[in-house]
Design a protein around this ligand. Sequence first.
Ligand SMILES: [Zn+2]
Length: 306
Amino acid sequence: MLKSYYEILNVSSNATKTEIKNQYRKLVRMYHPDVNSSIEAEKIFKEINKAADILLDDEKRKNYDKYRLNDKIFYNKNSSNYTFSDLFKTKKEKSKVSQPKNGDDIVVNVNIDFNEAFLGTYRVVNIAHSCICPKCLGHKFVNGSKCSYCNGLGEKIFKKKITVKIPPSVKNKTKLRIKNEGQLGLNGGKNGNLYVIVNVEKNDELKIEDGIVKYTAQISPYMAILGGNITVPTLWGEATIKIPPLTKANQSFKLIDVGILNEKTNKKGDEIVKILIQIPSKITDEEIELYKKLSELNQKNNAKYC
Ligand SMILES: [Zn+2]
């Protein structure tokens, strides 16, 4: 009579993974070629390994149960080897045994700041290549025991650091391609590529035009007339500008040594701050009265000079 994998391991079809594992170990101790050299034992040993390989893998067990319940299981009657084993291989495993398969691409994101985007920079990217375990060749077991090299995973992860050069004047969301640094190809397939997506951190306030940093500052009419200090952003932090009395709209101020760093001379460039005068959207009655007085004074003074 044909046996199911559950029957081969002598466990019930709803046995837990631990129960299956324990039972499998027990059978291995009985039929391992080291302790039992009969041809029959060798055959059984192969069968129990096959059964354990399917039943101890959640995905394969699920697939197996599905087929088993649908009566789609068939055995090669002339041998104890199953002929449908491929049906229960995971997608990953199927690819291991078949045609050359190109490795998948790896995509990573890196963040750079505004200044780096202008000058160009480097980032070290950590990537993990997975490949079939060279010891168990992806079977997870070696001589009936869990592969110690890959810890029964069937694959090994190799970590690698790659230094990526980000060119100057890079735009946000630029996708850089580093050839052959993606996942490894299988059976002679090509390696995938590594794609590095460069995210340039937003800086809505500062603009760079012709290598000069520009900023527009808004000041109140009172400050434009009376003068005062304002704080402005630069590529290197904040800076303070002294606004002189009677500053006009669109007047510009130059901040030196806070602009873009010239790597050759190791000197920083300039930042130009343009002044806009912001009229308040609401004023109080008291302020209106004061403005009226100012207006009258202004008219008087003008009259004086006429
Ligand atoms: Zn292994």
